[in-house]
Ligand binder design. Structure first.
Ligand code: PEP
Ligand code: MG
Length: 578
């Protein structure tokens, strides 16, 4: 039976392929024994997680009973609620916690494995199917206990068909693994448009839709899917006519993309002769290939934290140095902006769990992330700084520091960079000059730029976080995704002020957040005076096309007027007309 689902379009394009449900059974959980005196607390932790999920299911049931909701949904929610309340899942894990002092996750997974084995032996096909419900309920509770890394199966990805991954949620660490697999696209039930999961999808240039709400429970492995990453639509089991239409649209899109390739050798210059630099955002060294293919002017943002994910040991100085040097050499003299470790919030690294941030932060986006974490772990930070500085001998390296807000953070960072330099000088390592820049992604930084202008060499505006922190909207939370608004007048003013102040101080300034890669916003940013953009290589040619059709002087006048407006909708209307 054909049906369609809607979510947030986060990475454009059309994928047609078979569903690959991320298997919950491969959820990895930590196994440890709790101390006798902590047993009661562990029982309470388990019960709390169960209650959280019971609440979620109750809400979902209400939604599922609303007119127009898919009928399958209500039944599925009821089954899950029943299983959650069943003593086999509610009580037996508690016994394991009490008697064997297993941690809650371990106890739950053990019991799940016992139940799954029993279901596997059943002859009744209806009951056998309940096996996946048990696994899904357990996954929900585990998720409430703590977020966990998953390994994406390679077995299926090797097949000829395009695979469309369907998951309840994917962490950035999960998604980065798609770089080595052939994935046609993905959908998730949770997530926001500038979550790092969505960002990685754009960098992969594969269609993706997040915040689908009910895709995972309604879709089965190997279902035929059409994923429209431009409109945010997923069609399950499509009619032949619809399939034909989408195949045609996919071919048209491929044609448009190949036409854009003609711009690769063209100069990125506005109609009135302003040169505009277009740099690439990368996550892994191998991404430089795409950056070079589209003729990027350099790497404007290397998100180094992805080197730290999906592994048990931290990358040491040599390994990091090799990775940075590979990028610098691949860019062949073009500048490479290496951002120091921006771990925390939605970006998790197993190997860092025992470090300063080894506590569940009550609000990870406001917690010990990025530079805050690095300053709390100076030895770990120095390893990275030395590796980056050493790479400077092989090309033009720029160091970019994320999440700065305070003058003392800038000072401490600069002192550590100096210390790393001295350590390398002692070891007779060859280094070249490295400019040090700061990300402007906290409103406080944008509003009090003085120390940034006095102490640093360049700025890069991170609009993803700047929007998150200006509007108090968690960028990963689909429940508030509709309020995450790049065109909010407050956001635009903070950006415009930063660009103008930097230019007055003759300090280079770029935008490296997702706004820089949105061709619908190119003229707005040019009108603010921006001349350095950094984005995923897949977006670069479309942005260049916009630059080449723009008159920057005229845009400056129109944008200046727009920035005085307070009405968001009026601004949106004018942006469209630019
Ligand atoms: C940003 O916040 O805009 C940014 C570029 O950094 P990240 O998306 O990695 O947080
Ligand atoms: Mg950021």
């Amino acid at each position: 039976m054909t049906f369609s689902l809607h979510g947030q379009a986060v990475s454009a394009g059309i994928a047609i392929g078979r569903a690959h449900l991320i298997s919950n059974a491969i959820l990895e959980v930590a196994h440890y024994q709790v101390r006798e005196k902590d047993v009661e607390a562990e029982l309470a932790r388990f019960e709390h997680a169960r209650q959280v999920i019971a609440g979620e299911l109750a809400n979902l049931h209400e939604e599922a009973s609303a007119p127009g909701a898919p009928t399958e949904l209500a039944a599925f929610v009821e089954v899950h609620a029943m299983l959650l309340a069943d003593p086999l899942l509610a009580e037996t894990p508690k016994q394991l916690i009490r008697e064997r002092r297993c941690n809650a996750e371990w106890a739950l997974v053990q019991q799940m494995e016992t139940l799954v084995a029993q279901f596997d032996e059943m002859d009744d096909s209806y009951l056998r199917e309940r096996r996946s419900d048990v696994v899904q309920v357990v996954e929900r509770v585990l998720k409430a206990l703590q977020g966990k890394a998953r390994r994406i199966s390679r077995r299926k990805a090797a097949s000829e068909d395009e695979l469309i991954v369907v998951a309840n949620d994917l962490s950035p660490a999960d998604t980065i693994q798609f770089k080595n697999l052939k994935i046609g696209g993905f959908v998730t039930d949770l997530g926001g448009s500038t979550s790092h999961t969505a960002i990685v999808a754009r960098s992969l240039a594969i269609p993706a839709v997040v915040g689908m709400q009910h895709a995972r429970p309604l879709i089965q492995d190997d279902d035929l899917l059409i994923l429209d990453g431009t409109r945010g639509v997923l069609i399950v089991d499509p009619d032949p006519g619809v399939l034909r239409e989408y195949r045609l649209r996919r071919t048209e899109l491929e044609l448009d993309r190949s036409k854009l390739k003609r711009l690769i050798g063209s100069r990125s210059r506005t109609l009135d002769g302003e040169d505009v630099e277009l740099h690439a955002n990368i996550e892994l060294p191998q991404d430089t290939e795409r950056a070079r293919e589209v003729g990027a002017d350099g790497v404007g943002l290397f998100r180094t934290e992805f080197l730290f994910m999906n592994r048990d040991e931290l990358p040491g100085e040599e390994e990091q140095f090799e990775a940075y040097r590979a990028v610098v050499k691949a860019m062949n003299g073009k500048p490479v902006t290496i951002r120091t470790l921006d771990i925390g919030a939605d970006k998790e690294a197993r190997a860092l769990r025992t470090r300063a941030g080894n506590r569940v932060s009550p609000n990870p986006a406001l917690g010990l992330r990025a530079i805050r974490f690095c300053l709390a772990e100076p030895q770990l930070f120095l390893v990275q700084l030395r590796a980056i500085l050493r790479a400077s001998h092989f090309g033009k390296v720029r160091l970019l520091i994320p999440m700065l807000a305070h003058a003392h953070e800038i000072e401490q960072t600069l002192s550590l960079i100096e210390l790393a330099r001295l350590q390398l000088a002692d070891a007779r390592q060859k280094l070249s000059r490295v400019d040090v820049g700061g990300m402007i992604e906290i409103p406080a930084a944008a509003l009090a730029l003085g120390p940034f202008l006095r102490k640093l060499d360049f700025l890069s505006i991170g609009t993803n976080d700047l929007i998150q922190y200006t509007l108090a909207i968690d960028r990963t939370d689909d429940a508030v995704a509709h309020l995450y608004d790049p065109l909010h007048p407050a956001v635009l003013r903070l950006m415009a002020q930063t660009i103008q102040s930097a230019q007055r101080a003759l300090m280079p300034v770029a935008v490296c957040g997702e706004m820089a890669g949105d061709p619908k916003l190119t003229k707005l940013l040019l009108g603010m005076g921006l001349r350095q953009f950094s984005m995923h290589p897949s977006q670069l040619l479309e942005v260049k096309q916009q630059v080449m059709m723009s008159d920057s002087a005229q845009l400056a006048l129109r944008v200046a007027k727009m920035l005085k407006l307070d009405e968001r909708d009026k601004i949106a209307e004018l942006v469209e007309k630019l």
